[in-house]
Design a protein around this ligand. Sequence first.
Ligand SMILES: *Cc1c(COP(=O)(O)O)cnc(C)c1O
Length: 240
Amino acid sequence: MQKIDENLTKVTARVQHAAHQAGRNPNEIRLVAVSKTHPAGVVAQAWRHGQRCFGESYLQEALAKQSQLGPLEGLEWHFIGPIQSNKTRAVAQHFAWAHCVDRERIARRLSAQRPPELPDLQVCIQINIDQEASKAGVSLDELPDLAHQVAALPRLQLRGLMAIPAPSQGEAQQRASFARVREALEALQAQGLALDTLSMGMSGDLEAAVAEGATLIRVGTDIFGPRRESRSTDGNKPGP
Ligand SMILES: *Cc1c(COP(=O)(O)O)cnc(C)c1O
């Protein structure tokens, strides 16, 4: 438990260092603590340490954890797993953010199913930045049409892009992938979309992501330790 506090402090220090190296303000970078496969107790522990954003990839597991924890002041749930049609209702009802939207049909369902009494669902479009067959996400060619479609839907707020680069050979390669994501965001901004989020960077590559403009990083292992069990990830590899 003590360890989680130390780990959060260390990850925060890494983000700050990477931000300073890049001449960026560390306050523009939000840390999502990825708690998938870890029990509700460690989420509560991180929350007591001041962590507020948590990421989950497996819907049933996430819903169980949410009901175990109940409402905790300021806690914000991010769904970072792939979203099939049969999951849209629960994602729309139980999460503040959805990071992996990659089809118009899914976005339409989230929009229709977002309860009107909740704030708009915050959405990122996942791009398959290294064109891996095993990974979800739209191609850069498909991105502009999808972005304009999603941006027009009620009860969703399109915030930006999310990507997981190919398991990497080194920092230069990581940065090249992240730079393509940033350029894609800039191109959409130039087309008039008001986007502010680059969801990229995990335990192994957060420095490269911050150097290329990440505003939201998703870190699991370096906060909570190795994942507790291996599970099928239905097409979205959990990371390198
Ligand atoms: C599991 C997961 C992470 C966290 O990865 P770590 O390498 O454990 O930090 C980040 N993003 C997504 C989409 C994930 O599924």
